[in-house]
Design a protein around this ligand. Structure first.
Ligand code: GLP
Length: 263
């Protein structure tokens, strides 16, 4: 696993956006051979989206032949609800770039048939040829997408009940009112994410330090679902200094040294 440490969240956003643009450009996507990108929501990736919009508008990267799959969506929120992940993605990213509507995939949180929706999503990823680069964030309890602690590390797209800790953390987007936060979500599984050719996880801020410590230095465990990345052949955790606060100083020094000349 690579751990790329940057000084602050702006530097993380810059690095992530340039990395995504580089990956897309190097792939030379076409209508017949699109680049398949997995995308997260949350506050962490906002800076990356802003920077990618700039790069797109400056003609430095095109999303014309990029197919996207979002990680998750709350159950019971209309796509027009300001806290739905549909709304988040359109407002913060898709409406500003040259992506084709037909290439955007987000789980339908209003579905009545969860199992079918999740099955179809897995099939759509397969039909697209698999994900080239899956980008994610991480929860304070180490969850990736909505794969809460004790999710199977082999899990696929499914419905999940959210933990109190996640509901509390996410209530900041719902006027701080816990009762407004949906209690369930549809999410890709840990296995779905790990099937991607490459996985890039973004983590900024001291509140992610504990999750990083367990996932990087601890054993692979369903308690911290991000730790599954240790088994991925091309896994990167991109973080700021604050998020490394609970790692051993030797771990931080090791990664700063080994990554100093890398992209
Ligand atoms: C939610 C999302 C996750 C995200 C996490 C962290 O629970 N389902 O995909 O990684 O929040 O969010 P933030 O980046 O706002 O800390």
């Amino acid at each position: 696993m690579r751990v790329v440490i940057k000084k602050d969240k702006q530097a993380v956003a810059e690095w992530a956006a340039h990395y995504v643009a580089y990956k897309i450009n190097r792939f030379r996507p076409s209508a017949k051979k699109p680049f398949v990108l997995g995308l997260p929501t949350g506050s962490t990736p906002l800076g990356m989206y802003e920077k990618l919009i700039e790069l797109n508008q400056a003609g430095k990267v095109s999303f014309e032949h990029v197919v996207t799959f979002n990680m998750d969506e709350y159950l019971g929120l209309e796509p027009t609800h300001p806290q739905s992940y549909h709304y988040f993605m359109f407002e913060n990213f898709f409406k500003h770039i040259n992506i084709q509507q037909k290439n955007i995939h987000i789980l339908d949180g209003m579905t009545k048939d969860y199992a079918k929706e999740c099955r179809n999503y897995e099939q759509a990823i397969k039909d697209a040829g698999g994900v080239h680069l899956f980008i994610g964030g991480v929860g304070e309890d180490g969850h990736i997408a909505f794969n809460e602690p004790f999710s199977s590390l082999e899990s696929r797209t499914r419905v999940k009940t959210l933990t109190d800790s996640t509901i509390k953390a996410n209530s900041r987007f719902f006027d701080g009112d816990i009762s407004k936060v949906p209690t369930m979500a549809l999410t890709v599984g840990v296995g779905t994410i790990m099937d991607a050719e490459e996985v890039l996880i973004l983590a900024t801020g001291a509140n992610k330090a504990n999750a990083l410590k367990h996932s990087i230095e601890g054993a692979i465990s369903h308690v911290w679902t991000l730790s599954a990345l240790q088994r991925h052949p091309h896994g990167i955790i991109l973080c700021d200094r604050d998020a490394t606060g609970a790692l051993a100083p030797e771990t931080v020094d090791y990664f700063l040294d080994i990554e100093k000349n890398n992209f």
